[in-house]
Design a protein around this ligand. Structure first.
Ligand SMILES: [Zn+2]
Length: 131
């Protein structure tokens, strides 16, 4: 079961931009500085985030999950190009979309990069907002 935390947009959006720092919800790696991204409401099916591994070092070998359950998300930060990010990692490409992950702990996907428009979308529900 997925519990989607409720998001108070009035706390996060100011002048249609992100009011706070956007960080990895797991390791707090800084992804976006305040006012770097625009808020956009657009639905997208994003595979569910990997759950935190409990203290198990990922020393390879683990079976690869081939089955993804998707979560429909609609609140995103959008940036015009990758260089806007302070830190961001790239995962695999599916169709015309490359998934974005944390550059440090590789948790994700936290969003996606549209290869056609070059825009990057970060799901508000997958990141942490820190003033
Ligand atoms: Zn992280």
């Amino acid at each position: 079961m997925t519990t989607t935390p409720s998001i108070d947009l009035t706390e996060l959006v100011e002048n249609a931009k992100n009011k706070t720092n956007v960080k990895c919800s797991h390791c707090e790696s800084l992804m976006l500085k305040p006012a770097c991204a625009d808020y956009v409401e657009s639905e997208f099916d994003l595979p569910e985030a990997h759950q935190k591994t409990r203290q198990q070092p990922t020393d390879g070998g683990a079976e690869q999950r081939t089955e993804f359950t998707c979560e429909k998300l609609k609140d995103f930060w959008v940036v015009g190009d990758m260089f806007t990010f302070e830190n961001i990692g790239l995962s695999h490409t599916v169709n015309n979309v490359k998934y974005l992950i944390c550059a440090d702990c590789e948790i994700g996907p936290v969003g996606y990069h549209d290869l056609q428009t070059k825009q990057c979308f970060i799901a508000l529900h997958r990141v942490k907002h820190v003033a």
